[in-house]
Design a protein around this ligand. Structure first.
Ligand SMILES: Cc1cc2nc3c(=O)[nH]c(=O)nc-3n(C[C@H](O)[C@H](O)[C@H](O)COP(=O)(O)OP(=O)(O)OC[C@H]3O[C@@H](n4cnc5c(N)ncnc54)[C@H](O)[C@@H]3O)c2cc1C
Length: 474
């Protein structure tokens, strides 16, 4: 084969990228292209933005890093703007390509674009898709994805017993590309997106790109030696190292889960293998689970009734939703987490479960609004992980149990000294932890004593949350 186009999607890396590796192996010359699609920005049907500043910045940095890696290999990343359905076909036509290689992703819009590209290709141009974003390859699943169990544990046991993680593939040493206009990686302002604010309290700066992702792995697993205690620390909420923070690099495909798995195995061989080291693999299996669930259920994940057709009456109270989104509910554990998300693009898993439960269970607001808000704000947004976890939490997804969280007891348990809450709500500093988590219990005298006036320094609670949990039971 003479020429192959490589259409980069959520696989912004050169290591363990079978799409790139196969194209380079099969063709004399490749044309790596990234298409900046205007449909990835703008307003959603829920009134939120598709992509907020933190993720936009991360994606831009990831493209710049990919370009640098390809240049180190003698090649180039060609950046074009427009709809991939037209742009990829135009590029293929202009270089007289024999084939287009691309990552395949299981979600609705991603599939539509993929088929759109395939259908628009000039006659005789082959479309080669590669499955590259999960730990297990889709064709290695013991049960085909359309018949897998909808419950995590039986699915996990089946894959752990019945299949193997494939070895990662090396980055190509050289990437021969033709002499074309490279095109600009657009700045955020060119995309009409504000520069995200920087905040010293952020758990990490989350610099985009494979190089920064690998540095994070080096720092977390090898230098910091944190993997040996991952399971014990992963419910933390403050600081860089209570969990891996690999999610943003995994979501953009700057890191491959298989490559991470190989690093975990190497750590287990060279340092220690224990329940904590296994637990990171266990979490990567949760990630896989939602990816395969998306293959199975597709667009049902976006329906209010979810994948199990659960009929619940969802409230469409815009003001309540906006108070939640701004972190002004008057329930500090919820507000602190939402403010962390708004300031930094990240929130811990513990936080995500709690704020999701507060919106869907305590307020009864349409869970899809919350999912769409996370889509806007998260630096690590991934369609399957986000909508799958939201549906799960709202009781319409992969769990039929009532799994609502009592955010007050969660706050007592995971933030007993109120350090997390006061980091993000400095106006509550100086309150004893029990009041920092329940400021509404302060009488007027205590409010004066501690210098926190409810309704002025910090909002009064939007609902009687203690009564609500008594009603929900627990
Ligand atoms: C409502 C809600 C929405 C979420 N939205 C996203 C999202 O858009 N993108 C995203 O990557 N994760 C999402 N998660 C899952 C999880 O919260 C994050 O992956 C995790 O907090 C990221 O931090 P970490 O990399 O330090 O995780 P670690 O604890 O270090 O876990 C390692 C990796 O395992 C994967 N993982 C861990 N937990 C989950 C999970 N529950 N579901 C899927 N994958 C998991 C992630 O890739 C993560 O990077 C969501 C969870 C909830 C409850």
């Amino acid at each position: 084969m003479e020429t192959a186009v490589v259409w980069f999607r959520d696989d912004l890396r050169v290591t363990d990228n079978p799409t790139l590796r196969d194209a380079v192996g099969d063709a004399d010359e490749v044309v790596p292209v990234s298409v900046v699609d205007p449909r990835n920005r703008g307003e959603t049907r829920y009134g939120t933005e598709k992509c907020g500043p933190h993720r936009a910045r991360f994606r831009r940095e990831s493209l710049l890093d990919l370009r640098a890696s390809l240049r180190e290999r003698g090649g180039e990343l060609f950046v074009r703007r427009g709809r991939p359905e037209s742009v990829v076909a135009e590029v293929a036509d202009s270089v007289d390509a024999d084939a287009v290689y691309a990552q395949t992703k299981p979600a609705t819009e991603e599939f539509q674009r993929e088929y759109g590209v395939r259908d628009a290709l000039p006659d005789g141009v082959a479309f080669e898709r590669r499955w590259t974003h999960t730990l297990y390859h889709v064709t290695d699943l013991p049960t085909p994805y359309d018949r897998i169990d909808d419950t995590f544990t039986p699915w996990r046991k089946e894959v752990e017993d019945g299949t193997e993680v494939r070895d990662p593939v090396a980055a190509p040493e050289t990437v021969p590309t033709p002499d074309l206009d490279p095109g600009e990686v657009p700045t955020l302002s060119a995309l009409g997106i504000d520069q995200p604010p920087s905040d010293d309290r952020a758990v990490l700066p989350f610099e985009g790109g494979e190089s920064a992702g690998k540095r994070r792995v080096q720092q977390y697993i090898w230098e910091g030696d944190h993997l040996r205690e991952y399971k014990q620390t992963r419910n933390g909420m403050l600081g860089a190292d209570y969990s891996s923070k690999f999610s943003a690099w995994l979501a953009a495909g700057c890191l491959s889960p298989r490559w991470l798995h190989a690093e975990i195995t190497r750590y287990e061989d060279e340092r220690v293998a224990n329940e904590d080291t296994y637990w990171l693999v266990f979490e990567l299996l949760w990630r896989d689970f939602f990816q395969f669930q998306f293959c199975k259920h597709g667009g049902d994940f976006f329906a209010p009734t979810g994948i199990r057709d659960v009929t619940k009456r969802w409230d469409r109270d815009r003001e309540a939703f906006e108070r939640w989104a701004r972190g002004e509910t008057g329930v500090p554990f919820v507000d602190a987490n939402m403010r962390e998300l708004n300031h930094t693009g990240y929130m811990s898993n513990r936080g995500r479960q709690n704020v999701a439960s507060f919106l869907a269970d305590a307020l009864g607001v349409d869970w899809r609004w919350g999912a769409a808000y996370f889509e806007e704000r998260l630096v690590d947004y991934d369609v399957a992980s986000n909508w799958g976890n939201w549906a799960y939490q709202a009781g319409v997804g992969n769990d039929s149990r009532d799994n609502h969280f009592n955010v007050l007891s969660q706050a007592d348990r995971y933030d007993s000294g109120a350090d997390y809450v006061t980091t993000w709500l400095p106006e509550l500093e100086g309150l004893p932890p029990t009041y920092a988590h329940r400021p509404w219990r302060m009488d007027a005298e205590e409010q004066t004593e501690y210098g926190v006036e409810l309704g002025s320094d910090y909002p009064r609670p939007m609902i009687d949350i203690e009564a609500r949990y008594a009603e929900l039971g627990g």
